[in-house]
Design a protein around this ligand. Structure first.
Ligand code: HMG
Length: 355
């Protein structure tokens, strides 16, 4: 279905010369006017908060998000606590979500970031300890709870070194056994390519061909989708379009791609529209615009889920997400963290509700 009103913002740029790769995981998962939102607040949003956040608050955040209509929630990260102390409670969160998932009237996938095989083994150990498989069977009264993981790398060597202490090539080698183990457990895998539209060390001119090459490698390894991330928020409408065209020219289907925008320069929603026009139907966001990046000076959080939902609905897309509920959560969690609520649509929605 065409967007309403039909938006044709930019002329077609000439795609970069990337060799087409084998297309994998290409089945169409979404109808053309349905967008799946990946709520990353409990992981990407909280991971850089300096003050330790109580487990109770993290669980309450996840429980409340589970009742907004979102179908994928990033719940935590099996990383080294020396690198990301805020994510230390992830095993407890995973255990709680396996044993007593939030009440919800639809299936929800809970996603965990995994940087290396040690993280994956830790996740598998929790599953063994709890004795519950990664997918509880759904029924009308108890919809399925699904476990997913995300593996991550980046499009520049400097960022990869800062974030994971290795080269891009080494990071891809690290990812292979993680994906293999995940597949033996029937766990769906998401890949991330960070700094796809700008790097804090190497500037805005990140090679789209390099992003395409890494995305293709992740899909070839068995990733079910790849989230292409504008970590610094440097992406613009033309650079987003050029990147998407390069991915397409490389044989990568739009159904295999998610877009992950940070809103540092206020371009996330414009870039979202470019993505929509290009057939992307999976977008990442965080409630209240939580987040930041320790390696990217001045970086703000992800685009807020409330702003994203408002924009998507305004162009006739369906998300299944209740904007009013999401706005209440954005206000609540911002208060809990002592942060300013970054969502304009969230604040406006609440003001309207309060009359
Ligand atoms: C990959 C490493 C571990 C390499 O870090 P390293 O220091 O090279 O690794 P190491 O193997 O030498 O391990 C160092 C210590 O960490 C332990 N360790 C090692 N692995 C684990 C683990 N999984 N869980 C628990 N502990 C672990 C390990 O046992 C050892 O402990 P010690 O012997 O010193 O006591 C490190 O660089 C790391 O954890 N990096 C992750 C950083 C991170 O999480 N960044 C944020 C996520 S990416 C992101 O946010 C971007 C994204 C996805 O949102 C998209 C976007 O917007 O761009």
């Amino acid at each position: 279905m065409a967007l309403r009103p039909r938006l044709r913002l930019f002329s077609i740029l000439r795609p970069a010369g990337v060799q087409p790769v084998r297309r994998l995981a290409t089945e169409s998962r979404l109808t053309s006017d349905h967008v799946r939102i990946v709520e990353v607040g409990p992981r990407d949003g909280l991971q850089n908060e300096k003050k330790s956040i109580p487990l109770k608050t993290k669980l309450e955040l996840i429980d409340r998000l589970a009742n907004t209509g979102v179908t994928t929630i990033e719940a935590g990260s099996f990383v080294s606590p020396k690198w990301v102390p805020q994510m230390e409670s992830t095993a407890d969160i995973f255990e709680r979500l396996l044993q007593s998932p939030p009440q919800s009237n639809h299936a929800i996938a809970y996603n965990y970031l995994v940087p290396n095989i040690k993280g994956m083994e830790n996740l598998v150990k929790v599953m063994g300890d709890v004795g519950i498989s990664t997918e509880t069977l759904g029924s009308p009264s108890k919809p399925a709870t699904i476990t997913e993981i995300s593996v991550f790398t980046a499009a520049t060597e400097s960022f990869t070194k800062a974030n994971t202490n290795c080269t891009i090539g080494e990071s891809l080698e690290r990812i292979k056994p993680i994906v293999e183990l995940a597949k033996t457990k029937n766990i769906r895998v998401r890949g991330y390519v960070s700094v796809a539209l700008g790097c804090p060390y190497e500037g805005p001119d990140v090679s789209p061909s390099k992003v395409a090459e890494i995305t293709a490698s992740l899909l070839e390894m068995g990733a079910d989708e790849v989230s292409v991330a504008d970590t610094t928020g440097m992406g613009t409408a033309p650079s987003t379009l050029k990147l998407l065209q390069t991915l397409r020219a490389a044989g990568i289907a739009s159904t295999d791609i998610a877009l992950h925008f940070h809103d540092t320069y206020g371009q996330a929603l414009v870039n979202t529209i470019v993505g929509l026009e290009h057939g992307i139907r999976i977008f990442d966001s965080s409630v209240g615009g939580l987040g930041g990046c320790p390696y990217s000076k001045g970086a703000t959080g992800n685009v807020s889920t409330e702003d994203l939902v408002h924009t998507l609905h305004s162009v006739g897309m369906h998300t299944g997400v209740n904007l009013e509920e999401m706005s209440k959560i954005g206000s609540w969690i911002s208060g809990e963290l002592g942060r300013v609520n970054q969502s304009r649509a969230g604040k406006a929605t609440l003001a309207r509700l309060q009359g």
